[in-house]
Structures are given as structure tokens and as C-alpha cells.
Ligand binder design. Sequence first.
Ligand code: PMT
Length: 456
Amino acid sequence: MRQRAAAADLEGSLAQWNPTLAAMPVGRKAAGFALRARLEWPIMDGSNNAQLKILLGVTGGVAAYKAPELVRRLTESGAAVRVVMTAAAQRFVGATTFQAVSGEPVRSDLWDDQAEAAMGHIELARWADVILVAPATANFMASLAAGLANDLLTTVCLASQAPVLVAPAMNQAMWSHPATQANRRVLEGRGVRLIGPAEGDQACGEIGPGRMVEPDDIVAELLRAPPRLVSQLLKGLTVTITAGPTREPIDPVRYITNRSSGRMGYALANAAREAGAKVILVSGPTALATPAGVRRIDVETAQEMFTAVHRHIGSTDIFIGCAAVADYRPEAPAGEKLKRSESSMSLSLVRSADTLVSVAELDDGPFTVGFAAETEHLERHARQKLQAKKLDMIAANEVGRGKGFDAQNNALLVLWPEGRAELARAPKPLLAQRLIDLIAQRYDAWATDDNAEHSA
Ligand code: PMT
């Protein structure tokens, strides 16, 4: 079942495409470098490098006057840029300016018969490798968060699979408003990347967060951490992922569990699916919706998780154990609800089956990735687990006091026998994409070695 990923020649994830740039801080110095670099990124579908196609959405804020400069910077950097303006944006800057700097016709009307005939909004959505909205107003962020399609820009965002980046620009009070912050969280949760806002003097005379990040710095950020392009890194592969907590019954109404929300595992399932894999998600009890296109199998106990995973492991190429599985379970769960008759009681616990170890031990098993949840000595303990459990890779996270479990953001230290990578703190959907990129890369090396061993 082991197959090499379609993008076998991938030299690294997008973030590793240019280590010099990746290491650079965002800023004018980096932007100066960026201008000499070309926004020519591997599309990761086996085709040759292509010119990056950026659809720039311009919404109606004062900062719209900076958007033509942004177009210029992007095109100078080698990208192809097409501009979509909202009606409000046209009150700040004329379409002719954007047409001049991009060399492309500017679109603004969903009901433009002529433009729709030549290049419909769906075609525009397909054209874009990346959608960048700068400036992005509070109203636009709210529309995007709500999934509205009431103008050309929101419709294209909804119709496109391209990664979306937004550079917010608004009054500081509007930015800090709970509604805007809630929309920000929704968008980040869906993998939309926010660039800024910056802090400082505002056009309205106030001071605070809400200024659009400068065009140079937006370009530098794009190059420092290139957006994930729609890729097929895991095409043809089956990925089985465990997620969430388990529940170990004490009696018919009580159980032992932990604080796992399932977010990290579900984000991985979504990212693996986006990367083209067939995904089986073996999930403990969570309140989360199943990611689109993912097959979910619900379980409750560690033993049920073990059984469900082994039912599918024969057809699995990559196994990721992200679930927080109870290490111990009550030895003899009571058949009836325990009565509150004694002043104290003790519970006898026995070790539960370790799904991860059992998968790693399989002859001709899948590429096996474990997680390590640690409260201290992260790297030392994770490396011990990697070795003791004979894993191909382990993703370690610090947990406790709002970290790891049930948090929106996370950071990972990823170890494999001959290397390590640090994935910086980010919303779990973004972090999951980065981890999937890394897994795809390591899987590829592993599958190549494995094939070589078999043919030797
Ligand atoms: O779900 P979230 O709220 O988003 O939180 C994410 C997370 C913190 C749960 C996740 O990032 C994480 O760390 N998951 C692993 C939690 C854990 O149980 O770690 P551990 O170090 O105790 O276990 C090591 C590995 O063995 C894990 O891959 C685990 O899935 C696996 N294991 C453990 C025990 C067991 N009986 N069977 C197993 O398969």
C-alpha cells in the first residue's frame, strides 16, 4: 500500500523553500530582499515552478490608497496580480490606477455581464493561487466569517480553494470590538492568515492597533512564510488519524477522561484531506463537526479506539496518533450506578492498550507519527517516546495551564530519528498544515528507503 506521494521531488515544505528568507524578520530589510527574490513558488503538484497568481481584494478603507503600491511590489517580485475591488473601495481609489499598475482589467461587479462572459467569478476563483485582501475592513471580515457571497470579492473567496490572507485595516475600537475579534477567531480557525494589523497613528486621529501593515512588509511576510498552495502532497495515500479524548467507564454514568477537545486531530484530518489524502478519523467524544470529505469513526474507550484503528490499518499509509488516550481504565466497571454508601472508595486501574505502539510494531506497517504531551523536559521526554515506541516521527507539545489541551493555538517540536523541526505557535489549523507538510516530506524519504530495502 505504500506509495510515494505525487510530489516526490519536493525539496521541502513551502516554508523551507527559501531558508534564508524564512529566517528573516518581517521588515523593510526583508522586503528589500524580497524585491530581488521572485514570487515563483513550486506548486507542488509535480509541475514545474510557476508564476504565483495573486488575486488582490481591495475593500473600502482609507488604507486602500496603499493598495496600488502593494500591487507594484507584488508584480516587481514576479507575481501575476489581478485586482477585485468592492464598491466602497472605489470611493477611495479609482480602478484605472490598479489597471495601470497590474496591467490587468480590474473587476468589481458580480453582475458585470461582459466580464462574466469573458471570465466568470468561478474562473477568477480558480485562477488564483492565493487570495490576499488588503486592506480588509471590519465589514469584509464579518462577511467572510459569515460566509456571505453578496459581492464579487466575497463570492470569489467562497468559490476558491486558494489560501486566503487578510491585512486588516480599521479604527482601533472597531478592531478591538468583541464582534471583530470573534470574526478574527472564526477566520483563523478556518486557516485564513491575518497579516497585522499594525499599531500606531490612525487616519481618524486615534492611536492603537488597526493600521494596515505596509506593502513592503506584506510582501516580506508572504515570502517569509509562503501561503500553503492547494497541493496534492498526499494524493493516493490513506491517512488514519486518532483524535480527541477517550472515556473509560467507572459505572454506567461515570467515566475517566481528559481535557482533549479534538481540535488538533480534526485540524490534521482536514489538512491531510486538503493535501489529497483519503482520511479516516477515529475520534473519541468531541463537540466538533467532521471535516468535509473525511470519514469519521466514533469510539469511546481506548479499547474501541484500538479495535477501530486496527480494522483500517492494513490500508493505511500514514498513521497519526493525536488522541489523548487514557493510559489506565477501571479494572472492573460496575454494571449498575455505584451507590454513595461508603465514606471513601478506591478504584483499581489497569493499563489500557497502546494503539500507537501496536501500530509501530506491525511488520510492513504504515509511517507512524505519535504525539507527546509533556509538562516538562519536552525534547528529552519526546525523544525517549520516539525511541521507546519505535516511531517514525513524534510531535511534542507542552501541555497544562491553558497550553495544548483545549486551546485554540499550539506549538510543536517535531522529532524523527535523525532530525528535528520547531513549528511556531499558531492556530491549530495552520499548525496542522505545517505538520502535514513535514509528514509528507518525511514519509517520502521513508517510503523511498523502504522501497530500496525491498528491492535490495
Ligand atoms: O485535542 P486538543 O484539545 O486539540 O489537544 C491536542 C492534544 C494536546 C491532545 C494533542 O496535541 C496531543 O498531545 N495528543 C497526545 C496526547 C497524549 O496522550 O500524549 P501521551 O504523551 O500521553 O501519549 C503518547 C502517544 O501515545 C500519543 O500519540 C497517544 O495518542 C498514544 N497513546 C497513548 C496511550 C494509549 N493507550 N494509546 C496510545 O495510542
